[in-house]
Design a protein around this ligand. Structure first.
Ligand SMILES: O=CC(=O)O
Length: 314
C-alpha cells in the first residue's frame, strides 16, 4: 500500500496517526507545501485518500481537485468540514470516529456542568491567589437535581443523559423527531426545551439546520438562572448574542469547549467568573485519541483491501 497517495490536511492529529500514515502510505502533508495549488498540481492525481479532523476536512474545491479521491477519513466524529453531498455525488466514501469518543465527550460535558455551577476553576484561582486567608469563597449553585435539557439525543447526548441521571437530574431533550424508545421528556422546539430546563446542552451535529441553534430567543428562554453547555461546535451558537447575554446578566453562565472562530475566543469572556472556557478538548485524552487514530487507520486499510469499512458514513 506504500504507493497509495494519502493527503493529511490537518496538522493537529496525534503524532502516532501521522507516523502510521507515513509508514503505510505515500503521505503528503498539506502544510509541507507553501501553496495548496502546488501540492494539487504536483500530486493531486495520485491522492486516493484524505485524512482530516474537526478543524480541516475536504470541501468541494479540494474534492474537485483530486480526481482519484476514493475516501475521506476523519479523525473526528463531527464531519461538518467535509462536503458530504459532493462525496455522495462522486461515490467517495466517508468515515468518522464515532463510539470510541462518546464516553470522553460525555464525561467532559458533566465536568463542565460541575465546574460551572460549583465554580471549581474560580475556587482554584481563589486559593492560588492567596485569597482564602482573607475569607471563604462565596456560595455557589447545586448541580445534583438540576433539570438538564439536551439538544440532540444521539450517542453523545444519550451518554450525557445517562451520566446526569446519576446526579438525579430530570432529563428532557429536543431532536428533529421524537425518539419513541426514549423515556425522557421531548420538546418539539429548542425554545420550549430552554424554557423548561436549568442546564441546556448542545450535543447535536453541526448542519445547516443546527447552525446558530442557540440564538437570542433560546438564550432569553434559558434566562438569568440558566446555564449553557456546548460540547458540539462553536457555530451552533450565535456567539455575539451569547457574549452580550452574559455581559448583560441575561444568562446565568456558560461552559464552552468550542467557539465560532477557534482558536479565537471572545476576549469579553475572559473577565467573567460565570464562564468556563476550554480549548476544544472533548475527546482529547491519550486513550481516546489513540482509539480514534486506530479507527482512521482501520477504515483506510479496509477500504484499500476492498473490505467493509469499520465506521462508514457515506
Ligand atoms: O470535535 C471533535 C470531533 O468531532 O470529534
Amino acid at each position: 500500500m506504500g504507493s497509495i497517495g494519502v493527503l493529511l490536511v490537518s496538522h493537529q492529529v496525534i503524532p502516532y496517526l501521522e507516523q502510521e500514515l507515513n509508514k503505510r502510505y505515500n503521505l503528503f502533508r498539506l502544510w509541507d507545501f507553501p501553496q495548496k495549488s502546488q501540492l494539487l498540481t504536483q500530486h493531486g492525481a495520485s491522492i486516493r485518500a484524505v485524512v482530516g479532523d474537526a478543524f480541516a476536512g475536504a470541501d468541494s474545491d479540494l474534492i474537485e481537485a483530486l480526481p482519484k479521491l476514493e475516501i475521506v477519513s476523519s479523525f473526528s466524529v463531527g464531519v461538518d468540514k467535509i462536503d458530504l453531498g459532493k462525496c455522495k455525488e462522486k461515490g467517495i466514501r466517508v468515515t468518522n470516529t464515532p463510539d470510541v469518543l462518546t464516553d470522553e465527550v460525555a464525561d467532559l460535558a458533566i465536568g463542565l456542568m460541575l465546574t460551572l455551577l460549583r465554580r471549581i476553576c474560580e475556587c482554584d484561582r481563589y486559593v492560588r491567589g492567596g485569597n482564602w486567608k482573607h475569607g471563604d469563597y462565596k456560595l455557589t449553585t447545586k448541580f445534583s437535581g438540576k433539570t438538564v435539557g439536551i439538544i440532540g439525543l444521539g450517542r453523545i447526548g444519550a451518554a450525557i443523559a445517562k451520566r446526569a441521571e446519576g446526579f438525579n437530574c430530570p432529563i428532557s431533550y429536543y431532536s428533529r423527531t421524537q425518539k419513541q424508545e426514549s423515556k425522557y421528556k421531548y420538546y418539539p422546539s429548542v425554545v420550549e426545551l430552554a424554557s423548561n430546563c436549568d442546564i441546556l446542552v448542545v450535543a447535536c451535529p453541526l448542519t445547516e439546520e443546527t447552525h446558530h441553534i442557540i440564538n437570542r430567543e433560546v438564550i432569553n428562554a434559558l434566562g438569568p438562572k440558566g446555564f449553557l453547555i456546548n460540547i458540539g461546535r462553536g457555530k451552533h451558537v450565535d456567539e455575539p448574542e451569547l457574549v452580550s447575554a452574559l455581559l448583560e446578566g441575561r444568562l446565568g453562565g456558560a461552559g464552552l469547549d468550542v467557539f465560532e472562530n477557534e482558536p479565537h475566543v471572545p476576549e469579553e469572556l475572559f473577565g467573567l467568573e460565570n464562564v468556563v472556557l476550554l480549548p476544544h478538548v472533548g475527546s482529547a485524552t491519550v486513550e481516546t485519541r489513540t482509539a480514534m487514530a486506530d479507527l482512521v487507520l482501520g477504515n483506510l486499510e479496509a477500504h484499500f483491501l476492498g473490505k467493509p469499512l469499520l465506521t462508514p458514513l457515506v
